[in-house]
Design a protein. Structure first.
Length: 92
């Protein structure tokens, strides 16, 4: 699976990681709805960090279609309200 982290690049991530990423994604949806800014930021950093540490970063000239696009780490809570709703970024 190819995941793009906005402002960072693309990562090839093993499918076995998707369930764990989905759990964090769902937690972020709840935190955004509850307007818990600090906890939201922590979980977003954790989500992006897992992609970076478990994925293989693609070279800039190795552009492939992304299956999922994650926002940048500096996404504000207000901006997150538009992205982290319903099922979030990862489908359940």
């Amino acid at each position: 699976m190819i995941i793009r982290v906005s402002e960072d690049g693309q990562y090839e991530v093993p499918s076995s990681l998707l369930d764990e990423l989905n759990v964090i994604d769902n937690r972020i949806v709840d935190l955004v709805a509850e307007e818990k800014k600090d906890e939201y930021r922590t979980e977003l950093s954790k989500l992006i960090g897992m992609v970076r540490s478990n994925g293989r970063k693609l070279d800039d000239d190795e552009i492939r279609e992304s299956d999922i696009i994650l926002p940048p780490e500096d996404l504000t809570l207000n901006e997150a309200r538009e992205i982290f709703t319903g099922e979030g970024i990862f489908e359940d």
